[in-house]
Design a protein around this ligand. Sequence first.
Ligand code: ZN
Length: 304
Amino acid sequence: MKQIRKIEAQGNYRDNQLKIVNVGAFMGSDAYLLITKEKAALIDSGFSFCAGQMIENIEKELNGRNLDYVLLTHSHYDHASGSPYCKAHFLGVKIIAGVYAEKIFAKPSALAIMAEMNESVAKDYGVNSYEDRLNELSVDQVVGEGDVIDMGGVTLEVIEAPGHTKCSIAFYIPEEKMLISCETMGVYAGEDLVAPCFLVGYEMSLRFIKRAQTMDIEKILVPHYGVMIADQCKSFLKNALRSNESLYKLIINDAKEGKTTEGIIDHYKSVFYNAEMKKIQPEQAFELNAKYLVPMVLKEAQEK
Ligand SMILES: [Zn+2]
């Protein structure tokens, strides 16, 4: 059993017009609160079992104000499961996601996987019973490339960023030169390593990283990490590109050498599932993802 590590809200970015606070209740349970003078939006909403604690964290920060939006960067269990609890708690809150996320939430088979992953992570943290609201998962507003969410003096421009999932989206805040990223770039796994997350497309994931490298970016909200500033952004993007390319090469080379999928996954795991990753992703989730990722890469390479 993992050490229970309830996390109090932690602010990691603040200026006159925008404040960003990590309100995720446990490691791996991704949820960041964006507060402007007029509006408040939650970026992702974490696991099911600790949604209550996350809502407490949010309430503390909002100090009587209401939550206006829940923006889902994608439909995975560690990002989307808390959204129905928000919907039930904050009057009139709008759940916003990409078009494919809505389709996923309508699939009983997808909900069953989400429930199973939630149960497993809850057990890891020693939580055996909690209210499951996954069947209430819904999207109030579907957004796509170029759509704008007005937060009062701060605007969030939607960027479609498929690659991790089909439904992955990111946001750009021109007033702050800030990218609210998603897992298509990969996740921070140490000073020099970004753990790749391209589950549905390698080339399309690279496109998103390369696109970000051409954008005017001074800050990046990196999933499962927090806000990176100035030079950190540049090196994160560089590391992301290099790490994604190196995993691709590892898979292609291993396949050429005749390794089985299991053998390739083991090799992949030994390089990328490091101590940093273990903090934010359970082994079961890593392995489930790897089982999608490796055959996807081999298929994509064949179709080239
Ligand atoms: Zn994900």
